[in-house]
Design a protein around this ligand. Structure first.
Ligand code: CMP
Length: 136
């Protein structure tokens, strides 16, 4: 299929603890994405700092790392057509309270740090984030 690529989704601790993982994974499957890899894990401080290294100068960096390491996350590699952009559209904007209904953040979150899901914003981010989480 033309334009097939991979992207990475992380279901964050807030969504995992609220029991939303199945619903979120199901949305990607119903859309037509193929799950290439899926793992539940607890990020270490070191892997979280590597995963979010583009944000290390931001004022919210510490809060972000503390939050993402606060409980288990579910890390998923998805494959499908135009996966990076399509998955970003499905999750909605970072500020969940502004996210439109029908998006994952729009339907399940009001948070900013605790905004249910993360997805790679580019091919380069995907490569870097995959390395931080899966070591590949
Ligand atoms: P995420 O897609 O995981 O990528 C970086 C995260 O930083 C973002 O979602 C938010 O959860 C978090 N974050 C916390 N504070 C802010 C902020 N002020 N602006 C943008 N992102 C923030």
């Amino acid at each position: 299929m033309e334009g097939v690529e991979e992207t990475l989704v992380v279901i964050k601790p807030d969504a995992v603890s609220r029991g939303l993982a199945g619903e979120i994974i199901s949305r990607f499957e119903r859309k037509g994405f193929r799950i290439k890899r899926l793992e539940m894990l607890r990020m270490t401080r070191q892997s979280a700092e590597e995963f979010y290294s583009v944000h290390k100068e931001k004022p919210f960096f510490n809060e972000l790392v503390s939050f993402i390491t606060s409980g288990p996350v579910i890390c998923i590699i998805l494959e499908g057509r135009d996966a990076v952009a399509t998955v970003r559209r499905m999750i909605g904007p970072t500020k969940s309270w502004e996210a439109p209904p029908g998006t994952i953040r729009g339907d399940f979150s009001l948070g900013l740090t605790d905004n249910a899901v993360h997805a790679s914003d580019s091919r380069e981010s995907y490569i870097k984030e995959r390395k931080a989480l899966f070591g590949i």
